[in-house]
Design a binder for this molecule. Structure first.
Ligand SMILES: [Zn+2]
Length: 109
């Protein structure tokens, strides 16, 4: 049985400028978030299908789309933030399958 699907995750990249939160209606600290979707095979081997940057109020947790300036601030922080198997897991799976087939051929199976 093949198990595959898509999962959404988010990572807190760090703090950004505080501002008036539309939900709290007060000046609040905000954080930069990276939200990403990844497709997976057996929940282990994945690849990222979508990324988007958001800002979240640290007090109420409401999330809004990041501005271009905030996206530019977040991009360097997002490098390497997504776990390896979420980004390159499908490539690892392909390499493992090729290695298994090569081994089987070498052993004459
Ligand atoms: Zn808030």
């Amino acid at each position: 049985m093949i198990i595959f699907g898509q999962i959404s995750e988010h990572l807190r990249l760090g703090p950004t400028n505080s501002r008036a939160c539309p939900a709290c209606r007060q000046e609040q600290p905000f954080s930069l978030l990276l939200e990403y979707d990844y497709a997976h095979l057996y929940y282990l081997f994945g690849f990222v299908t979508r990324r988007r940057f958001r800002v979240a109020c640290d007090r109420c947790g409401n999330v809004w789309k990041a501005s271009e300036k905030e996206i530019a601030e977040a991009r360097p922080l997002a490098r390497g933030a997504v776990p390896f198997l979420h980004r390159w897991g499908c490539l690892v799976f392909i390499v493992l399958v090729i290695a298994a087939v090569a081994t089987a051929i070498a052993l004459g199976l």
